[in-house]
Design a protein around this ligand. Structure first.
Ligand SMILES: Nc1ncnc2c1ncn2[C@@H]1O[C@H](COP(=O)(O)OP(=O)(O)OP(=O)(O)O)[C@@H](O)[C@H]1O
Length: 180
């Protein structure tokens, strides 16, 4: 978030963000996305890496480019990459592929970074699992599957999920009175 924002008196930082988002009529996620996107438009070009101004700038697989751009524009409703997307996607999509650890604010668009990378780097003509996304919670599994299905809607790529059942999670499921 913009570090120049004055804090709202009497609120914790997280509550201040939520409150500011409510005042602007946006969800906290939307607010965060607008803030990071605005920063990307500013004069913060100190990076040694190239960054993408548009989704067309990216090395999306030529075989899937039209379908994935349709997914991004039509299904997801995006117009241009957010800052974290602009900075990371060229690294993930360009040969030689790099391993990447990235950190950015909640709601800054990180999911698209790995979702688009997974969809672009699989070979849709090969009918076998080619990309694996490990998630720490079942809610994130559901959220990521939804994004992958929407973004990949115009491709023939299929997404499926599996949830590990541990003794602890199995006993929680068996007892309806134990919390999530
Ligand atoms: N390039 C973009 N243009 C417009 N909206 C976007 C863009 N990228 C992401 N969004 C939207 O911003 C919201 C937050 O994106 P996303 O969930 O990918 O962020 P995140 O960084 O993964 O969040 P979290 O840290 O909470 O998991 C979503 O509603 C998503 O559709």
């Amino acid at each position: 978030m913009d570090s120049n924002h004055e804090g709202l008196p009497g609120l914790e930082p997280q509550n201040q963000e939520n409150d500011r988002a409510k005042i602007n009529g946006r969800s906290a996620n939307e607010e965060a996305w607008h803030a990071t996107s605005a920063a990307a438009d500013g004069n913060e070009s100190g990076t040694i890496y190239s960054s993408a101004v548009s989704f067309e700038d990216l090395d999306i697989s030529p075989k899937l480019q039209a379908e994935l751009l349709q997914g991004l524009y039509v299904e997801m409703g995006f117009t241009k990459p957010s800052r974290i997307q602009a900075q990371t996607l060229p690294l993930i999509l360009q040969h030689p592929y790099k391993s990447l650890i990235a950190q950015a604010h909640n709601g800054s668009g990180k999911t698209t970074c790995f979702a688009l990378a997974m969809l672009s780097r699989v070979d849709a003509s090969v009918n076998q699992p080619q990309a694996l996304c490990l998630c720490p919670t079942r809610e994130l599994v559901a959220q990521n599957v939804m994004v992958l299905e929407k973004m990949g809607k115009f491709t023939s790529i299929r997404t499926t999920s599996t949830i590990a059942v541990t003794p602890a999670s199995a006993s929680r499921q068996a007892d309806p009175f134990v919390g999530p």
